[in-house]
Design a protein. Sequence first.
Length: 195
Amino acid sequence: MKACLDACVLFPSVMREMLLGAAAAGCFEPVWSERILEEWARATRRLPVGAEAIARAEIGRMRARWPEAMAEATPEAEALISLPDPDDRHVVAAALAGGADTLVTLNRRDFPSRTLARHGLIPRDPDSLLVEIHQDGQGLGSVAAGVQAHAEQVSGRPQPLRTLLKRAGLPRLAKILASEEDPAGAPPRVTPSRG
């Protein structure tokens, strides 16, 4: 599966790290464009000083890790796409230019399913995509553990996985991974005493 990642799903750190972790694990091939990446970088200007530099460094790592993910559409191809917000046409054009079959976005209202279907694209939100990947046997537990460890390192405090993912807009994935981490009815862990 090839999935075009809209800027709005790259902006939130934990969501981006989960999606890119799934891509790195071979669950899907990512697609984006220069304009999508630039939209994400510019959006970080609303955050504290230094956020844009961090985003641009991450973009550099993404380009190096997935050079084939970069897709650019022509203005002519963009002009053939009709969406509620014409400023979003470049996202669909990039998805098509990159051969994506899925568009991952939080902005489903501006990417109507019927319109995308005419272009052979399926709109997906990150939570449902990651849940499907996980339930298809491509477990994301280790990806989530890595994201959790990074969040704890950055924040300097414990980050319970379910809370972290839920806060990141991935509530269904959070619930599934938390239930696998501590299944209901599992006996409490007992630490053997020494001595």
